[in-house]
Ligand binder design. Structure first.
Ligand SMILES: Cc1cc2nc3c(=O)[nH]c(=O)nc-3n(C[C@H](O)[C@H](O)[C@H](O)COP(=O)(O)OP(=O)(O)OC[C@H]3O[C@@H](n4cnc5c(N)ncnc54)[C@H](O)[C@@H]3O)c2cc1C
Length: 239
C-alpha cells in the first residue's frame, strides 16, 4: 500500500487510531549523513515485535513506506528504526526532516519472522535498508551464542556503519555489482565453509541482488531455509 488518497488515509487513521499509536520522536542520530537512526516512544503495549517485522509510516499526505524495527522495548514504549537516506523521494525526505519532539503514527509491526532460534547459523545479506534488520539480530544471536555473518553491499560513505552499530562478523562489499553477479556471489567465503548448508539465509535489500543470491543458492543445491524479502527495486516506488 505505498499510496492512498489523502481523505482515505485520514479516515483510516481516525477509525483505527488504536492500531496506529501516536509516537513521539525521542532521539535521532545520523550514523553517517545517509544513515539515520530514529527512536520513537509511545504506547505500543500489546503489540507483537518479532525480528524482521516492519512498521508502516505515513511519509506524506498520500504515501506510506515500510521500515524494519531495529530495536523495541514494549514496556518502555520504545521503537527504533534505521533508515537509508538514499535521495529525493518521499520516505527519504520525510525521515531526513524528522526531529526530536515531533509526533507521528506508526502501524502495528507485521511481516516475516526472519530469525529462527533453533538454527545455529545465520547468514544475513543486504544493503543499507537491511541495517535495521541486521541490528535486530544482535541480541538474539549473542544470547543464544549462535553464529551470524553479515554480507552487506554499501555505498562507500556508509562503510563504517556496521562497526558503529556494533555488528561483528561482517563483510562489506561496494555497490559495483558484486551482488548482481552470480560468479562473484558464488565466491563469497560463506560457501567455502563446511557448515554453510546448515545456515538460514536471510536476504533483504535490493530486489535484483536478492534474485542473484537466490539463483546461486539454487545452483549450489542449498537445502536450508531461505528467507527473502525485497525491500526496494530500481524504478519502483515503495515496496
Ligand atoms: C518489509 C520492508 C522493510 C523495510 N525496512 C527498511 C529499513 O529498515 N530501512 C530502510 O531504509 N528501508 C527499508 N525498507 C525499504 C524502503 O521502504 C524503501 O527503500 C522505500 O522505497 C523508501 O521510500 P522512498 O519514498 O524513500 O523511495 P521511493 O519513492 O519508494 O522510491 C523512489 C526510487 O528510489 C529508489 N530507491 C528506493 N529505495 C532506495 C534505496 N534504499 N537505495 C537506493 N535507491 C532507492 C528506487 O529506484 C525507487 O524507484 C523496507 C522495505 C520493506 C518492504
Amino acid at each position: 500500500m505505498p499510496k492512498v488518497a489523502k481523505w482515505l488515509g485520514n479516515t483510516l487513521e481516525g477509525l483505527f487510531a488504536s492500531k496506529f499509536p501516536l509516537m513521539t520522536v525521542i532521539n535521532t542520530e545520523y550514523i553517517t549523513p545517509f544513515v539515520k537512526k530514529i527512536c520513537f516512544q509511545g504506547d505500543v503495549s500489546g503489540m507483537d515485535f518479532q525480528i524482521g517485522y516492519a512498521i508502516i509510516i505515513r511519509v506524506s499526505d498520500t504515501e506510506y513506506r515500510n521500515y524494519t524495527v531495529s530495536y523495541s522495548d514494549t514496556e518502555k514504549g520504545v521503537v527504533e528504526i534505521i533508515v537509508h537516506l538514499h535521495g529525493e523521494a518521499p520516505g527519504s525526505r520525510f525521515m531526513h526532516a524528522l526531529t526530536t519532539g515531533e509526533q507521528i503514527r506508526i502501524s502495528a509491526p507485521r511481516g516475516m519472522k526472519q530469525y529462527n532460534p533453533s538454527v545455529r547459523q545465520h547468514v544475513i545479506i543486504g544493503d543499507e535498508t537491511s541495517l535495521g534488520l541486521a541490528y535486530s539480530f544482535l541480541d538474539a544471536v549473542k544470547y543464544k551464542q549462535h553464529d551470524c555473518h553479515f554480507y552487506l553491499e554499501l555505498d562507500e560513505q556508509n562503510n563504517t556503519v556496521p562497526e558503529l552499530l556494533g555488528l561483528d562478523n561482517y563483510t562489506v562489499f561496494s555497490k559495483d555489482g558484486t551482488f548482481q553477479n552470480e560468479s562473484s556471489v558464488a565466491s563469497l567465503p560463506v560457501f567455502h565453509l563446511d557448515t554453510w548448508q546448515d545456515s538460514n539465509f536471510v536476504l533483504t535489500g535490493n530486489a535484483r541482488s536478492i534474485q542473484t543470491v537466490k539463483r546461486v543458492l539454487k545452483q549450489k543445491n542449498f537445502r536450508g531455509r531461505v528467507l527473502a524479502k525485497a525491500y526496494w527495486m530500481e524504478g519502483k516506488v515503495g515496496l
